[in-house]
Design a protein around this ligand. Structure first.
Ligand code: FAD
Length: 355
């Protein structure tokens, strides 16, 4: 079976895939979205119960349709899922799900997308698979000895089951801050960060992070170094629970431990602490398994790109993975920019006409 034919296959139906689809649709390109989830929402489906955006709705919109302003300053996980679900419906985007893409391989003048529901063939493929499937856990000496629990934030749902436990929350970004805030309210939680966390001022929310990303893009386009203040999308937004934890004195952090023991950790000063659970808020890596066989992935886990187009395979584009696919591109508002440019480039290549 040669497989179903399409101009462009978008692998991943989260926000990055949807934003790219919106612009491909406007360019009149024939495409399909192949998504591994049974329902819409991408990784937002797997966020913890109290997860909130760190940016207001007006700064969290995909192209074409502003995120509805709910009652809260910062939309909840469920509001984001609802928005992504309705976005798909609003634009009647052709999503095939659940479809697990196993591999992208060369197939004469096309790319062949091998899936658990049979093959597709496409003239171009947009990878929008996100990072949620690849939680990152750093290695510490003795980790295999530790008999307590280890959980990545990707699989955390809420604080209830940790009441009474001795916890370490490891990681100095927004996830680490929000989980430290939530867990320290119900049990003894120690926050471990490689360096002192960087907090945005109370009156500044996530939108300033996008303004920084925009300033960076503008600077690069003008061929100069960004003059935006240091820091980036990892700076911690003082959402209400994080502010409350600071006011309780629960937002202090200490530098990492030296090694694990059977029942806890050894600190660099030689002291030892018994712990029950470690929660790793240590980020993610791009979920690029489908292209692993094409020998494109660099030692740092990214792909060499010209903007979002793969330098070594011009039929492949990468959208929504963060800085290496465009400043702010791993965010709801930031992905629209690279999705628009990606769709415009694809349309020009496939139709031979500038869009
Ligand atoms: P995803 O949402 O992960 O979607 C990728 C899709 O691809 C998924 O449906 C997945 O099933 C599918 N997929 C992957 N591999 C395959 C495969 N092989 N075959 C088929 N399908 C596949 N951004 C903001 O703008 N504001 C915030 O406040 C914010 N807070 C965040 C908080 C946390 C805890 C995290 C982790 C991220 C946050 N982000 C935030 C960043 C970003 O919005 C999310 O990470 C978002 O989910 C990225 O969207 P995406 O479409 O790139 O990837």
């Amino acid at each position: 079976m040669t497989g179903r034919e399409v101009d462009v296959a978008i692998i991943g139906g989260g926000q990055a895939g949807l934003a790219t689809a919106y612009h491909l649709r406007r360019a009149g390109i024939d495409f399909v979205i192949l998504d591994g989830e049974a329902v819409p929402g991408g990784a937002w489906r797997h966020g913890w119960d109290s997860l909130r955006l760190f940016s207001p709705a007006a700064y969290s919109s995909l192209p074409g349709w502003p995120m509805p302003q709910g009652g809260d300053d910062y939309p909840s996980r469920d509001a984001v899922i609802d928005y992504l679900t309705r976005y798909e419906q609003r634009y009647a985007l052709p999503v095939e799900r659940p479809v697990q893409v196993q591999a992208v391989i060369y197939d004469v003048d096309r790319l062949r997308i091998e899936t658990d529901k049979g093959p597709w063939r496409a003239r171009g493929v947009v990878m929008a698979t996100g990072t949620w499937r690849h939680p990152h856990v750093p290695h510490y000496p003795g980790q295999e000895l530790f008999e307590g629990q280890q959980l990545h934030s990707a699989h955390y749902s809420g604080p209830e089951r940790f009441a009474g436990q001795r916890l370490l929350v490891v990681g100095g970004g927004n996830s680490g801050a929000q989980l430290q805030a939530e867990l320290s309210a119900v049990t003894h939680a120690t926050w471990v960060t490689e360096r002192p966390p960087v907090f945005l001022p109370d009156d500044v929310d996530g939108r300033v992070l996008f303004q920084r990303a925009t300033a960076r893009i503008k600077a690069f386009q003008e061929g100069r170094e960004p003059d935006a203040p240091p820091g980036g999308l990892g700076d911690i937004v003082m959402v209400a629970p994080v502010k409350a934890a600071r006011d309780r004195g629960d937002l202090g952090s200490i530098r990492p431990f030296a090694r694990f023991t059977r029942t806890g950790v050894n600190w660099t000063d030689g002291t030892e602490t018994d712990i029950d659970t470690i929660i790793w808020c240590t980020g993610f890596r791009p979920a690029l398994d489908p292209v692993a066989g094409l020998d494109l992935i660099e030692p740092d886990g990214t792909i060499a790109l010209d903007s979002t187009r793969c330098r070594r395979n011009p039929k492949l584009w990468f959208v929504g993975y963060g800085t290496w696919t465009g400043p702010g591109s791993a965010t709801l508002i930031g992905v629209g920019r690279s999705a628009r440019d990606t769709a415009a480039e694809i349309a020009t290549i496939l139709t031979g006409l500038p869009t």
